[in-house]
Design a protein around this ligand. Sequence first.
Ligand code: ADP
Length: 459
Amino acid sequence: MRTAWIAEFMLLAFWLVMAALAWLISSLWLDIGLGWWVALAMALVALRHIRQMQRLDRWFRTGRTTQPPESWGVWGEVFENYYRLQRRYNKRKKRLARVIREFRESTAAMPDGTVVLDSDLRITWFNDAAIKLLKLAGNQDIGQPITNLLRAPLFDHYMRTADFGRSVEIDSPSDIGKRLAVRAVPYGQGQYLLLLRDITRVKRLENMRRDFVANASHELRSPLTVLAGYLENLSDDEQIPGVWDGPLDEMQVQCRRMTTLINDLLELSRLETDEPAESEEQPVQVPDLIRRIKSEAEAQSYHQCTIESDVDPDLGLAGVDNEIYSAFSNLVFNAIRYTEDDGHVLIRWQREKLANGDAIARFSVKDNGVGIDAKHLPFITQRFYRVDSSRSRPQGGTGLGLAIVKHVLQRHEAELDIASEPGVGSTFSCIFAEERLRALDPIDPGVADSSETNDAQRA
Ligand code: ADP
């Protein structure tokens, strides 16, 4: 048992013994029963407790700033423990206040805007940079819903879908021509930290670069067409000595290469610049489109390479026909380009069910070509990134094919999946979400064609 309690029991025992003694002594000349003496002893014990409670109450009322009252026994422990708890609490309070002060000072000094929102998306705090970026009116804006200030539908959609792994780019609500990158970081119980960054300069530079590439490509296109025309005339001209045949052929090849490069650059800059327009979307007849790509690839295949397809004839896609064509054909032509003689390419277009029950459509191109080392995979969708330029260039590769594929897929909310092993082959898959899938008219002639091919191949 704890000493404090032993002391309390000892005190009780002492008073009981005193009561018994008082009774023994008093019984010689007074007629007072033992019960009265015990009651008196108990009253004295109770008096002590009342007195201690009174001291505790007075200490509480003085604000607990002074040392606790001196006492012993259980009351001594109560005072001591409470005082210790109080000091610990004060220390914690000071530490928390310091952390909050430091957080506020550091975020206030941040060049990026920071806004703290509660679970109803109302502003509870902001720093100086946020005042400048959002033109906040100081403390009057505390408690205001952020959606009153940032009215962009994109921001609204971002907060509703809770896709906080990325930031969203919106026009500044106060400065025309200013672009902001906004990122919400959820924390605590439904609160958010909103980070705002002025990206106007970066966007301007990006646009300048894009415009420069697009303009330069446009300007190069006309002289190149003229050159190609003259080269064709010269190669048909009987009067040109035979010794020029080789150089003229080479010039034509290089001219075609430049034309392809310029076309790819223009396409890429269009994909980067133009916002995907829903009005341009239509049900894409994917089976027919694959049939066209396949016959084009077979016609262009400069080495022994078999191309097979396994296509769902009823499966279409909501999207932009020429963009999908461009992405899919780039993957098929790459498969042929990076496959040796006796290569085998399998094109698949099928509906699949994921483990979570969601349906997707997968367009995949599988080859048994040179494959790609895993270390290159994170970079191969970057423009002009080539694993082996000595192989890509002579075969007409521009280094832009996969960058185009990536942009097209982004515009169709689809994903690119790459599985590859050097010396074994590669599989490039485009994965489309269920919302994009469309059922096609089964008597489409192109579809009939491709299903026939499938049946023949399966047989
Ligand atoms: P390129 O015009 O050079 O083919 P891409 O952007 O289409 O440019 O591809 C980038 C690089 O990725 C290629 O240079 C090549 O090294 C690699 N690559 C693309 N597809 C394949 C494939 N099917 N098999 C092996 N390597 C590939």
